[in-house]
Design a protein around this ligand. Structure first.
Ligand SMILES: NC(=O)c1ccc[n+]([C@@H]2O[C@H](COP(=O)([O-])OP(=O)(O)OC[C@H]3O[C@@H](n4cnc5c(N)ncnc54)[C@H](O)[C@@H]3O)[C@@H](O)[C@H]2O)c1
Length: 286
């Protein structure tokens, strides 16, 4: 059984990832300052990821719990701007990610998958995107300190991958993470489309986010790669043509924007990871 350390496994996305990886045969170790739910599979150790000593131990083995780690999924972070003062968000997230990359390299771990963010695409799009659907092909445009931290992490990943030839470091630029309970409020977005303009009406079901993580752990990619990870549809029933005409009238349309298909392109993830969303909010709300 291959062993994977999941950081932030007690969080919203992490809980789905821990469940999915355990269900697919991984021996899952969750390291997080917060405890997991009582029914979570795998083990949990309280680790502060801003402490390199603790991270190094977590990625090699902790006492009688385990020894040796095959892969790392790094999700722990303060997950949005505004939850903490920006300097505290930057200090926690960027330092933790540095320590995870550094400890993984020292431990000889050759596969790291971590949570980057859709915010790098230029959210909240006060400056409109260069084209739609947005994808990984234009330079990152962080507009907050939280997002700038993710930009720094992607830059660090580029260099850690260069320092460890043959290793794979995958950044998943997740859209806004949703659990099934969140879908009850989706129909209300129809009354106020502007309220979801900030991320081009995108979302990611936590279970599909977990699928993307699982596929990234074994996909045939080497070095640093970033992927936009969203669901196949928008949060709206209003078709994209109407939303774009009203909210982004001057933005170049460069691909398929018909119907309610995602405006956050997942074509690269489909092509290189074999990612294909299996869920939609439409399955849960009538
Ligand atoms: N939630 C979203 O909409 C969203 C969107 C894009 C990207 N992301 C990214 O996905 C990841 C997971 O987000 P989430 O929504 O599950 O967040 P969450 O807050 O629900 O979970 C994050 C977990 O990380 C832990 N953590 C934070 N700092 C830590 C530290 N220094 N040491 C140990 N544990 C620490 C927290 O205790 C928490 O359990 C984050 O990296 C976030 O930036 C989230």
């Amino acid at each position: 059984m291959a062993r994977v350390v999941v950081t932030g496994g007690s969080g919203k996305l992490g809980r789905a990832v821990v469940r999915d990886l355990a269900a697919h045969g991984w021996d899952v170790v969750n390291v997080d300052t917060a405890p997991p739910p009582a029914d979570a599979p795998g083990s949990w150790t309280r680790v502060d990821l801003t402490d390199l000593g603790q991270v190094t131990e977590a990625l090699t083995g902790i006492d009688d719990r385990y020894a040796g780690v095959d892969a790392v999924v790094h999700l722990a972070a303060i997950p949005a701007p505004g939850l903490r003062p920006s300097g505290a968000t930057f200090a926690n997230n960027v330092v933790a990610t540095h320590h995870v990359f550094d400890a993984a390299r020292r431990a000889g771990i050759r596969r790291v998958v971590w949570a980057s963010s859709e915010t790098l695409l230029g959210l909240p799009f006060d400056v409109p995107p260069p084209y739609v659907p947005v994808d990984e092909e234009y330079p990152v445009r962080p507009e907050s300190t939280y997002s700038m931290g993710k930009a720094v992490e992607e830059e660090m990943a580029r260099h850690f991958a260069r320092w460890q030839p043959g290793a794979t470091i995958v950044g998943l630029r997740f859209s806004n993470v949703m659990d099934v309970e969140d879908y009850a409020r989706f129909p209300s977005f129809e009354d106020d489309p502007a309220s979801r303009r900030w991320n081009l009406w995108g979302y990611i079901d936590a279970r599909d986010g977990a699928q993307a993580v699982r596929r990234a752990l074994t996909a045939d990619v080497t070095g640093f790669e970033a992927f936009v990870i969203a669901n196949a549809d928008t949060v709206m029933t209003t078709p994209n043509e109407r939303l774009l005409a009203e909210h982004f009238p001057d933005v170049l349309v460069r691909g398929d924007v018909t119907g309610t298909g995602t405006l956050l392109s997942i074509e690269k993830a489909r092509r290189l990871l074999g990612y294909e969303p299996e869920h939609s909010w439409r399955d849960h709300v009538s």
